[in-house]
Design a binder for this molecule. Structure first.
Ligand code: NDP
Ligand code: GDR
Length: 374
């Protein structure tokens, strides 16, 4: 049903291509609108009065669950959300959408975003996450929009990879540790290069990990909170994990998309770290999530034999499965968001504790409803 509706949307004419009335709304184009960040950003921009265009991929099953609430009937004249089929690996498609939509702001959030998967899909990841950015920048130029369209690139703390300096800030050298991060390094520099070469308003948001109840279920936080919910409701016995000693600077996706928008409102394009400035181990996130369902996790054993158990319940809940280890790991991420604080007024609003509680509660509701797909 949604797929049919999307086709109608993609083929219909949008207000930006019609004759404008009085003050036209700002027009934004979001790649990756069906993802975690894309859905929060679309909500934010719609709430600010933008006309929002999103690129969605053709899929054999629905991939629009996160933006279902925002969907508007294509036959309603006042609608402000428009969806287009597209893919960052298709240059012609990128050009056609950019030249048709003529966005004031283009947010490039689309990517094969899973670090572990990038070791298996290395070439595809390079194409979509690296060259995809070049395709969009060239589309803006070819459409003659380089002085109109502002560009946001979803850069990442994964660029820092092997620790060179802590906390990590805009000037910290990059040392990418995965095909994903290497592709994102190309993306980062092509954005800087087009800014310098062609005077484009193109910015990199170097965002540290950010999570939410909408986080994909194979990323670590959501994998844990979903498992905790399923264990509480008797749908799962044990949680199998990879490297639980990795440390991450976790924030909330809803807070972070505001910073994307803030970067685009600055007179000058620039690159910013967005982070909370606090770091925690995967192990402590697991402990916190289990605490939400009154299970105190203790640890015994070492390495792949380590086990998380609860003495009071006399049961084991967490085990290590080396299949989740990565060929090269990023052990420690902790960001210094001083520049974003000073120039953008960034204040991280959500602690890891409240984020974890919110995610566990949301997953319990989903499991209670019998929803295993989200
Ligand atoms: P998600 O994985 O949730 O969403 C990725 C989005 O990209 C989805 O909409 C996906 O579509 C789309 N996509 C994937 N491949 C392509 C392609 N070839 N062409 C067009 N679209 C594609 O990621 P997040 O929302 O978490 O992250 C958003 C961006 O920010 C990504 O670029 C990610 O690498 C980056 N980032 C994320 C961080 C985080 O902690 N979340 C931190 C730093 C950077 P579909 O739904 O069809 O799969
Ligand atoms: P990351 O996120 O690789 O930081 O990339 P992820 O949640 O996948 O991993 C975080 C850390 O947890 C360790 N880990 C596990 N990870 C997963 N997915 N599954 C497990 O079972 C598991 N066990 C331990 C990982 O080894 C890692 O150290 C995310 C993505 O959103 C990227 O797109 C983004 O650029 C970065 O965050 C910033």
């Amino acid at each position: 049903f949604m797929a049919t509706r999307h086709r109608e949307v993609a083929e219909s004419e949008s207000p930006s291509s019609k004759k404008q009335k009085s003050t036209p709304p700002k027009v934004a184009l979001i790649t990756g609108i069906t993802g975690q960040d894309g859905s929060y950003l679309a909500e934010l921009l719609l709430s600010k009065g933008y006309e929002v265009h999103g690129i969605i991929r053709r899929s054999s099953s629905f991939n629009t669950g996160r933006i279902e609430e925002l969907y508007e009937d294509p036959h309603v004249d006042t609608r402000r959300l428009f969806l287009h089929y597209g893919d960052l690996t298709d240059s012609t498609n990128c050009f056609e959408i950019v030249s048709k939509v003529r966005p004031d702001e283009l947010y490039n959030l689309g990517a094969q975003s899973h670090v572990k998967v990038s070791f298996e899909l290395s070439e595809y990841t390079a194409d979509a996450d690296g060259l995809g950015v070049l395709r969009l920048l060239n589309a803006i130029r070819s459409a003659g929009l380089e002085q109109k369209t502002r560009f946001y690139q979803a850069s990442t703390s994964e660029l820092y990879g092997l620790v060179q300096e802590v906390p990590q800030k805009e000037t910290t050298p990059f040392y990418p540790r995965s095909p994903y991060a290497v592709a994102k390094q190309y993306a980062y520099w092509i954005v800087v290069n087009y800014r310098e070469a062609y005077g484009m308003h193109a910015s990199n948001g170097i965002l540290f990990n950010h999570e939410s109840p909408r986080r994909g279920p194979t990323f670590v936080t959501r994998k844990v909170t979903r498992a905790v919910a399923r264990i509480k409701l008797g749908k799962q016995d044990c949680l199998y994990m990879g490297n639980i000693d990795a440390k991450r600077d976790w924030g909330h996706a809803r807070d972070y998309v505001e910073m994307m928008w803030m970067m685009m409102q600055q007179a000058e394009a620039d690159d910013y770290v967005v982070a909370t400035g606090e770091t925690n181990t995967v192990r402590s996130f697991i402990e916190l999530a289990f605490e939400c369902i009154d299970i105190k996790i203790l640890w015994k054993g070492k390495g792949v034999d380590e086990i998380g158990y609860c003495a009071a319940r006399g049961r084991e809940f967490v085990k290590i499965d080396p299949k989740y280890f990565r060929p090269t790991e990023v052990e420690l991420l902790i960001g210094d968001p001083t520049k974003a604080k000073v120039k953008l007024g960034w204040v991280p609003k959500t602690t890891m504790q409240s984020l974890c509680k919110e995610m566990v509660a949301a997953d319990i509701r989903l499991v209670e409803k019998g929803d295993y797909t989200s």
